[in-house]
Design a binder for this molecule. Structure first.
Ligand code: ATP
Ligand code: MG
Length: 160
């Protein structure tokens, strides 16, 4: 699949729902050239949804945005999902992709969750030969990065 179109479709699909929740979902400029990756669409969607669901769940301000960006970096398609939510403390950041881990504030508050969303996302990314990581500042927001290897042009056409 061309990840550009795929991300675009996902954003379009989610936009209405996000607007209802008062969240601005923005897709930044896409690269000019196709970014072909081989991936299971349904699983990839699961990853996006889990990350976006977190951005919505751990938001802080009323004026809340989520920005998606797709880039071609060193032979990988890198997708960024940025939010201006609560952020994650430095102590918690290394563990958020662990199963059942929930950072301090979220453990107590009313926001339900099992701490599996990101662990599942990580497993799926690894199945695809990709990676997922995050950077965050408490009180400012979070960026989740996902990298997927590009399909070599010679092999183009096969797989999705
Ligand atoms: P589940 O996704 O299973 O419903 P969860 O959201 O608590 O539960 P994860 O999605 O794995 O679990 O996230 C792990 C923890 O990382 C969360 O509990 C939260 O503390 C923190 N976290 C994840 N994404 C964000 C974000 N965008 N902003 C702030 N904290 C986050
Ligand atoms: Mg979650």
């Amino acid at each position: 699949v061309d990840i550009r179109g795929y991300v675009q479709d996902c954003v379009q699909e989610l936009q209405f729902d996000m607007e209802k929740k008062g969240v601005r979902l923005v897709l930044s400029d896409l690269p000019e050239a196709p970014l072909l990756i081989t991936a299971d669409r349904e699983k990839l969607k699961r990853v996006f949804l889990n990350v976006i669901e977190n951005a919505v769940k751990y938001r802080s301000m009323a004026d809340c945005f989520i920005r998606l960006q797709v880039q071609d970096i060193d032979g990988s398609a890198v997708i960024q999902i940025e939010d201006n939510g609560q952020g994650i403390s430095e102590e918690a950041l290394p563990y958020i992709f662990d199963r059942f881990y929930r950072a301090d504030p979220s453990r107590n508050t009313s926001t339900g969750g099992s701490g599996l969303g990101l662990a599942i996302a990580k497993q799926i990314m690894e199945e695809h030969g990709g990676a997922i990581w995050a950077s965050s500042r408490l009180g400012e927001g979070t960026i989740v990065f996902m990298a997927l290897p590009l399909t070599k042009q010679e092999q183009g056409g096969q797989g999705e």
